[in-house]
Design a protein around this ligand. Structure first.
Ligand code: NAD
Ligand code: ZN
Ligand code: ZN
Length: 361
């Protein structure tokens, strides 16, 4: 029987989100219904509300979640009610051209539930990143529900479902940070700080945090930044060069989603350095670079979707790092809130007051 539950819906571009009744169907074949326990507020949710992702309103927001499996659809054999899971927005299909070539972390046909969640009047909802977890329950493809050690609390665990994985993977997978590398991370929100933590764990010699907000720079130190640059007070390219003997960094990570910042990260690299873009641009943004600089500096420019992660491989690894005290996921949880407070949490995010507000259900 379909369930009527509360969910946070974005009905129109720029309008405040609403907590309203939604209908979650029973799981279809290959699907599961998950009782959401915690879900972080990511900047991408705000991008959806601002119409910067697409126009498929109304959206059911929320996509950084942990919870327990409540019911499983036909053919689901590897999950059972009661399993503790983190939801993933990549569930490799196994059949696309990337999966077939043995690169499931790039899957081009990632699975989502075919069942549609709706408003009470039957209006279909677009779940953010195919998840929609600012809700008491959500329906997802079984492959999106990744079992992890239930000893981890849902608030920190859920965060690995998006921002932490995206940032950590941007450094470790996409940027391939190696022992002794120099790294600069532009933008020290939840995503950027996870990139800092990933770079530090990979053994980077120097991890330079760049932000406009002194509070964010102070927090970046807790995740392993060795140096900080306040880009509102100094030219960040010059500052990064100064901190690296005039050379620039081996890996520069853009975790803001702004063309100016991408350009700064581009010029902050040493020769043959790698630029990783993890910040999400809006459709109006453009970059204009001298082709000679692109060619003459060598190296690589690499967008990173979800930190090039394979959730079934990487989520348990991050939870193990957390449980053994090597990755402080609790430090990302700035506050816990209720479903009613998501709109307020967007304001706090924009003012730089939090790394992550986490909805607890
Ligand atoms: N690629 C992916 O898979 C993926 C996944 C999750 C989030 N994201 C994106 O990553 C970006 C960051 O997300 P978040 O949740 O950490 O956001 P956030 O709002 O918490 O953090 C952004 C940070 O950037 C800083 N900033 C803003 N302008 C700056 C500038 N000019 N120079 C330096 N720093 C600046 C802010 O002070 C803030 O600390 C967003 O664009 C989000 O959509 C991408
Ligand atoms: Zn695939
Ligand atoms: Zn996200």
């Amino acid at each position: 029987m379909p369930h009527k539950v509360k969910g946070v819906v974005s009905r129109a571009k720029g309008a405040p989100v609403e907590l309203t009744d939604i209908v979650v169907p029973d799981p279809g074949p290959g699907e599961v219904v998950v009782g959401v326990q915690a879900c972080g507020v990511c900047h991408t949710d705000l991008h959806y509300r601002e119409g910067a992702v697409n126009d498929e309103f109304p959206f059911l927001l929320g996509h950084e979640a942990a919870g327990t499996v409540e019911s499983v659809g036909e053919g689901v054999v590897d999950l059972a009610p009661g399993d503790f899971v983190v939801l993933a927005w990549r569930a490799p299909c196994g059949t696309c051209r990337s999966c077939r070539r043995g690169r499931p972390w790039y899957c081009f046909g990632s699975l989502n539930a075919a069942q549609v969640m709706t408003l009470e009047d039957g209006t279909p909802l677009s779940p953010a990143l195919g998840i929609g977890a600012f809700a008491e329950k959500t329906v997802v493809a079984a492959g999106q529900a990744v079992p992890v050690d239930p000893a981890a609390a849902p608030e920190p665990a859920g965060l690995i479902g998006c921002g932490i994985m995206a940032g950590f993977g941007a450094a470790v997978n996409t940027g391939n940070v190696q022992r002794g590398d120099t790294v600069a991370v532009f933008g020290c929100g939840g995503v950027g700080d996870a990139a800092i933590a990933g770079a530090a764990l990979a053994g980077a010699g120097k991890v330079i945090a760049v932000d406009l907000d002194p509070r964010k720079l102070e927090w970046a130190g807790d995740f392993g930044a060795t140096d900080v640059v306040n880009a509102s007070e100094q030219d960040p390219v010059e500052a990064v060069k100064e901190l690296t003997g005039g050379l620039g960094v081996d890996v520069a990570i853009e975790a803001v989603g702004h063309p100016k910042v991408l350009e700064q990260a581009f010029y902050s690299r040493d020769l043959a350095g790698t630029l990783v873009q993890v910040g999400v641009p809006d459709p109006t943004m453009r970059i204009d670079l001298p082709m000679l600089e692109f060619f003459g500096r060598g190296g690589a420019l690499k967008p990173s979707w979800y930190g090039d992660c394979l959730p079934t491989r990487d989520f348990p690894i991050l939870i193990d790092l957390y449980r053994s005290g090597r990755l402080d996921l609790d430090r990302f949880v700035s506050e816990t809130i209720s479903l009613e407070e998501v709109e307020e949490a967007f304001g706090k995010m924009q003012k730089g007051e939090v790394l992550r507000s986490v909805v607890v259900i």
